[in-house]
Design a protein around this ligand. Structure first.
Ligand SMILES: Cc1cc2nc3c(=O)[nH]c(=O)nc-3n(C[C@H](O)[C@H](O)[C@H](O)COP(=O)(O)OP(=O)(O)OC[C@H]3O[C@@H](n4cnc5c(N)ncnc54)[C@H](O)[C@@H]3O)c2cc1C
Length: 484
């Protein structure tokens, strides 16, 4: 075994800058072996969704190119991570494996096994913090228990981060080369991440540039053009008011610590009004940490309602409505626009995610599992922690959730947050010609103007699949039934 050789195991940290595992391995070793292992068999209930596979293939390509520019090479493997790492170590005489920690239950279980087995065979296994602002076990309440409510958690995290902003690992000018003895690598293509039989992702490249370059471009554009207005605009789906960095953060092409650090530094020189906007963005980054935190402390949140009484909720089995929701054919323009944005772009604006999720769980009474599964498969930013918490929050059964009886009205949400209907017109072209007066309730246009509008309900756009006040009443009854 050679102390000079260290394996760097990349996972959801597909970057070289501010990457603690990569940086530390480079400092320590004479030779490094960067590897990516497609280990879907150890992902528990959540094998990678199709949109994530599309993204991952491109993100790995970008990382491989960066490593090549530095004179090293990213090796690709498929299979059980422990077996693969053991083989690579045996073949290359590596003395250690370094990685950045993840917090999903299946990942933790696998990583523990990898660590203990490697160590037993004399190979050092080192995990570091690279994917969150603060480790979940470092933030506990006065009784040494995990927080369940965001605001006190946020106050504590903010205090910790203000006192000690995250330290950033720089990109090294030169990185160690690979050793001579290496196992054969697969190619990215042969991992068969995205096979694309039905090319529903054909439009994704119009919206996304996976990899570090795309992450930096988006970050710079957001900081230059939108962050100063973040809290004023973040709820408006037709404006580029949010950063759209979620997939880049999920795959770790951009470090959340780096993002926090950059914004935190610029805070000092800004006016009070701008500081407020920046703080509201930093708060969202802490929501991301909070989801990871909840997943770490409450391992079942992807499946079990956080509030146990919801196991008795009278969910309905309604395959037809589920499909109409998935296809963006509910007759509610904002819901349909959101679901179609998801399908075409692999992403949906946060405000609209809430409206669509509320519609599924409250108007249609369909279990949030179905919604979470659909999002998991179709979102490029699909993230077990954020997705599970987002769905539980909207469905009313999550930690710190919106009260169940607060049922989003898809019409008033639409009028409030897409007042001119531009978001709807973009994603639901059948409605593009409607007056703004009718865009949120197209059935009123056909009643008032008949064929003049060019819109025929149930011909070129569906009539509503359920009436709002009926659905609201039914949801409240279901809630009351559960509580009985
Ligand atoms: C039903 C539902 C499902 C969701 N599923 C996911 C998911 O699978 N993956 C995902 O990354 N986010 C998910 N979210 C949270 C949120 O919608 C997205 O993070 C956000 O829309 C991403 O856009 P952005 O990068 O422009 O966000 P910005 O407003 O620019 O925020 C910056 C970053 O903060 C984090 N963030 C923002 N809002 C939240 C939030 N509410 N919870 C946790 N982190 C947040 C994200 O990492 C985001 O990239 C979900 C929300 C809901 C209501």
């Amino acid at each position: 075994m050679s102390d000079n050789v260290v394996i760097v195991w990349f996972r959801e940290d597909l970057r070289l800058e501010d990457n603690p595992a990569f940086f530390t391995a480079c400092q320590k070793a004479k030779h490094i072996i960067p590897v990516y292992i497609f280990d879907d068999q150890n992902s528990g209930r959540w094998p990678l969704g199709a949109a994530s596979r599309w993204w991952l293939e491109r993100s790995l390509t970008s990382l491989a190119q960066q490593l090549k520019r530095h004179g090293n090479e990213l090796l690709f493997f498929k299979g059980d991570a422990l077996e693969v790492l053991s083989k690579i170590a045996a073949r290359s005489n590596a003395a250690a494996v370094y990685w950045n920690r993840l917090y999903g239950p299946a990942q933790i279980e696998r990583d523990k096994k990898v660590k203990s087995t490697l160590r037993q065979s004399g190979i050092d296994a080192v995990s570091l913090k690279g994917n969150v602002l603060i480790e979940p076990w470092k933030v506990l309440n006065k009784s040494d228990q995990p927080y369940k409510v965001f605001t006190p958690y946020w106050n504590r995290v903010k205090q910790l981060l203000v006192n000690q902003p995250p330290s950033i690992y720089p990109l090294l000018d030169a990185i160690p080369s690979a050793p001579k003895k290496l196992p054969d690598s697969m190619t990215i293509k042969s991992l068969k991440l995205y096979t694309g039989d039905v090319d529903w992702a054909r439009d994704f490249p119009d919206y996304w540039q996976p990899g570090v370059g795309g992450a930096k471009n988006l970050k710079n554009t957001f900081i230059d053009a939108a962050i100063d207005n973040y809290s004023n605009q973040r709820d408006l789906p037709d404006v580029d008011g949010t950063s759209r960095l979620s997939p880049h953060l999920h795959f770790g092409e951009l470090s959340v610590n780096q993002l926090w650090f950059d914004i935190w530094q610029s805070l000092q020189s800004e006016s009070q009004a701008t500081q407020q906007q920046l703080w509201s963005y930093l708060r969202q980054l802490v929501w991301r940490d909070f989801s990871q935190y909840l997943l770490f402390h409450f391992k079942q949140i992807d499946e079990q309602p956080f509030r146990p009484e919801f196991t008795e909720f009278p969910w309905q089995h309604d395959q037809q409505s589920l499909q109409l929701w998935q296809q963006g054919k509910t007759g509610y323009p904002l819901v349909d626009a959101g679901m179609r944005q998801l399908w075409r772009a692999g992403w949906m604006h946060n405000r609209v995610r809430m409206v669509c999720a509320s519609f599924l769980t409250k108007h249609l009474l369909i279990h949030w599992h179905h919604g979470a599964n659909w999002f998991w498969d179709t979102l490029v930013d699909a993230d077990l922690a954020n997705n599970s918490c987002g769905w539980q929050w909207v469905a009313g059964c999550g930690a710190d959730a919106a009260p169940y009886f607060r049922i989003f009205n898809p019409i008033t949400q639409s009028k409030k947050f897409d007042a001119k209907g531009n978001y709807i017109r973009r994603w639901v072209p059948e409605l593009a010609g409607l007056d703004t007066k009718y865009i949120h309730e197209p059935w009123l246009a056909t009643e008032a103007k008949g064929k003049q509008t060019g819109l025929e309900l149930n011909q070129n756009y569906p009539h509503i699949i359920i009436e709002h006040s009926f659905a609201r009443q039914r949801a409240l009854q279901a809630y009351a039934q559960m509580r009985r």
